[in-house]
Design a protein around this ligand. Structure first.
Ligand code: CA
Length: 348
């Protein structure tokens, strides 16, 4: 990618798509009530997007399925030079294992084809079916080596299961070996967690996504995943799902719990909880274009840990780009924020 007159490229790193085949599958599941009892979050989220007709839902659904002219026109209208695109939540993870494996393959083939058509404008992340960790590890390798994809997308929990369970660690092993980052994107809270959030209408992007995904990343850290895979790189959106604000207390209370032996399964870690968040994790600004929070994350995590994302098409707001252009940063720092951190992390 070449430079522009503004001095930096705007690379947006948490941008969603959905194959039409996946939307059809979701509609069918919702019509038949398959997921409504097992996963109230899926019912809430995709029931809304598939069942409600409004300008917002029609725009989101149309653009999710577009990997061509309409998406590029939206990028041009907001000055986005390049999107790192990934399969929308919950992706394959709500499906049965065979369907999930097939859908991951189909999504990756479609996305890779779009990247081949528009290499200057698009990069993609590899979707997987965590339901089959061994296949997922192979798909990460296929995505990386054969399809030219630049990382891995996982939409948080898989039917209530979390990646700190060692049965999933073949996924981390493959990502670490290939030096390809794992983007842990939100899902609606898992069935055991969603109750009081859903009661209050707080299960989605307003708050539930953040607490669920932040907890998921913490589980990964405290289970020792980064001690086992020290070169593993993970990315989370929404300025770290609130975890940067918690660094002090996480270190204090994790240390206290371990020393007291409060939980037999909670083992000492090689580093502080905050060290993993600073050294193994990158955060994107998706949906959080707010200067005080961005500047705070740059201060406590380091400027080269915080990178731009829009959250297209869910949060497509041109004035948010302007707000981030106007961060109190030098043009050199804006280039780190918008461009070079993404280029280095995803090997663009
Ligand atoms: Ca998103």
């Amino acid at each position: 990618m070449s430079d522009t007159t503004r001095g930096y490229l705007r690379i947006a790193t948490e941008e969603a798509f959905a194959p039409p085949e996946l939307i059809t599958l979701y509609r069918d599941m919702l019509d038949r009530g398959i997921a409504s009892h097992g996963d109230p979050g899926f019912q809430s989220l995709m029931g809304f997007y598939t069942g409600h007709r409004s300008e917002r839902t029609e725009f989101v659904f149309d653009r999710l399925q577009d990997l061509g002219a309409a998406r590029i026109a939206d990028m041009d209208a907001t000055g986005i030079d390049h999107q790192v695109i990934s399969l929308t939540s919950p992706g394959t993870q709500i499906l049965g294992t065979a369907d999930a494996v097939a859908m991951a393959t189909l999504a990756n083939d479609q996305l890779a084809e779009a990247v081949r058509r528009h290499p200057d404008r698009f990069s993609g992340l590899t979707a997987i079916a965590p339901q089959d960790p061994e296949h997922a590890a192979k798909e990460i390798e296929r995505g990386h080596r054969e399809l030219g994809l630049k990382g891995v997308i996982i939409n948080s929990h898989t039917q209530g299961e979390y990646l700190d369970d060692p049965k999933f660690w073949a996924i981390f092993e493959a990502a670490e070996a290939l030096d390809t980052p794992v983007y842990l994107h939100p899902n609606t809270p898992s069935p055991r967690m969603i109750g009081p959030l859903l009661d209050a209408g707080l299960d989605g992007a307003i708050y539930g996504f953040g607490v669920e995904t932040g907890m998921h990343l913490l589980r990964i850290i405290t289970a020792g995943v980064f001690d086992r895979f020290p070169r593993l790189k993970m990315v989370v959106g929404h300025l770290g799902e609130a975890l940067p604000f918690w660094l002090y207390r996480l270190d204090y209370m994790h240390g206290a719990s371990v020393r007291a032996g409060r939980y037999p399964f909670m083992k000492p870690l090689e580093r502080n909880v905050s060290d993993y968040l600073r050294e193994n994790v990158w955060v994107t600004t998706s949906g959080m274009p707010w200067a005080p929070a961005i500047m705070f994350c740059r201060e406590v995590l380091g400027p080269e840990r915080v990178l731009y994302a829009m959250d297209y098409p869910y949060q497509y707001a041109p004035d948010e780009v302007t707000a981030q252009d106007n961060l109190p940063l030098s043009s050199a720092d804006l280039k780190v924020f918008y461009q070079t951190t993404a280029e280095e992390l995803f090997h663009l």
